[in-house]
Ligand binder design. Sequence first.
Ligand SMILES: C[S@@+](CC[C@H](N)C(=O)[O-])C[C@H]1O[C@@H](n2cnc3c(N)ncnc32)[C@H](O)[C@@H]1O
Length: 187
Amino acid sequence: MSAPPQLPELVIRALRMSLERGYVQASRSETGRLLATLAATRTGTIAECGTGCGVGAAWLRTGAPKQTRVITAELDPELAHGVMDMFAHDDIDVMHADWTSLAEHAPFSLLFLDAGSAKGAPREDIIELVEEGGMIVLDDFTPCPSWPPLDQGRVDRVRQEWLSDERFVSVDVMVAEDTSVIIAVRR
Ligand SMILES: C[S@@+](CC[C@H](N)C(=O)[O-])C[C@H]1O[C@@H](n2cnc3c(N)ncnc32)[C@H](O)[C@@H]1O
């Protein structure tokens, strides 16, 4: 088997910031590669809820066409300003704000829900943020072969509801042995 492709420079920078700050919530590379691949199909504006140290935004920027805007919102002021400085010349717009403030820049062609409150938000609110054919991505699910999906012995309601909502065409993609990602495309 050949070696996995090298990490993009932007991603390395963001991972370095995560390491320096002891930040352990950064997106994993398997998820990042999926984000970059999806972003490569997107025009318009891509948004991320919960910037962290910028790893997800770095993958999105790396994959997206040059003309596609990438915007990300982070509630924690130190993280938001740290990432703003880090990406000052990289065409990634970082907001220090609650993710709900992203609405002023909607509709999005891809929306990555990576803050707990965004993942649990009513789908009625989320659907308004994406254009028709737009994608919503949610990560960090535990792979499960059964239906309804279980997590630690209980029905995983968030996943069940996203996968059953008729307004979306959706799929649960196992990106690694221990993690899966939902991609939901607005019909
Ligand atoms: C899972 S981490 C994000 C990881 C990042 N997206 C990545 O790809 O590495 C979740 C982040 O959401 C932020 N957050 C939590 N609530 C938020 C909110 N209401 N609005 C914006 N960001 C929020 C947290 O401070 C945390 O940094």
